[in-house]
Design a protein around this ligand. Structure first.
Ligand SMILES: [Zn+2]
Length: 274
């Protein structure tokens, strides 16, 4: 559920809390979070680490420690982080881990569906494991040409290719539907069949929807919240996602809803021609 803008918003909220702090005590309450590793051992390894930086790559948060190791956090469907002054975190049955920091703050990881993951990686493991899972960062150096090379020769529907994190990192159902609506591209077009003008429009649209998502602090639907408990407002900007049957904001045609690769997909059958 959280996509690049939501994860970036979480990063911006939690970085000032974590950076420079030492992990005084770590409790991992749900073994699924760190499996196949033993939660007691992982908690012991994390205890004493000092955070130097909280980064992000795609939908992963990267907590870098002074030792060179990193904790890779993926929020999956419903993961979120909360922080409060020591002892002030609200009781919550969905808390899966609690970290006590030496700056007087407690940080809780909460996850209703329990698909989120924490992976503790050695310094040498970080770059190869990210490279194996993720394509380029869409708000980084990605150009329309490079996007074209990532899609070239692929017969998969455009929607599916863009959801594949190895094509480009960070997109999910919301921002793909929005980017395809903005660029007037049909979700079922073969990914490798775009010409230079299509690619330029798609590239611009992807960056625009992600930047707007970050400005609006993400979309709050169900469980997503900022680390201080506040909500994002990107859902007010949606033109396509979740609006099946409603009139297109460009042409008034009712938006169509189909399933692509098992994912509900909303698009305008008039503006986004096959
Ligand atoms: Zn339309």
């Amino acid at each position: 559920m959280p996509e690049l803008p939501e994860v970036e918003t979480v990063r911006r909220g939690i970085a000032p809390v974590l950076e420079g702090a030492r992990l005084e005590q770590v409790e991992i309450l749900d073994p699924r979070l760190v499996r196949p590793f033993d939660p007691v051992i992982v908690a012991g390894e994390l205890t004493g680490e000092r955070v130097v930086e909280v980064g992000r790559r795609g939908k992963y948060l990267i907590v870098r420690f002074a030792s060179g190791r990193s904790l890779l956090i993926h929020l999956r469907m419903t993961g979120s982080l909360r922080h409060a002054r020591r002892g002030m975190l609200a009781d919550d049955p969905h808390t899966r881990a609690v970290v006590r920091l030496d700056n007087g703050t407690d940080v809780a990881y909460r996850d209703v569906r329990r698909f989120g993951t924490w992976e503790l990686l050695e310094e040498r493991e970080l770059a190869p494991s990210l490279a194996a899972r993720l394509g380029p960062e869409p708000l980084g150096t990605l150009s329309a040409k490079r996007l074209g090379r990532r899609l070239a020769g692929r017969r998969a529907p455009l929607k599916s290719a863009l959801l594949d994190q190895r094509t480009i990192a960070g997109l999910g159902n919301i921002y793909v539907d929005e980017a395809l609506w903005q660029s007037r591209l049909h979700p079922l077009r073969p990914a490798g069949g775009l010409d230079g003008r299509d690619l330029a429009r798609l590239h611009r649209a992807i960056r625009r929807v992600l930047r707007t998502g970050i400005e609006r602090q993400g979309a709050t639907l169900r469980d997503y919240a900022l680390p201080d408990g506040a909500s994002g407002t990107m859902q007010e900007e949606f033109h396509a996602y979740g609006r099946g049957g409603e009139p297109c904001d460009r042409c008034g045609t009712p938006l169509a809803r189909i399933t692509v690769g098992g994912r509900t997909t909303t698009f305008c059958p008039r503006c986004q021609r096959a």
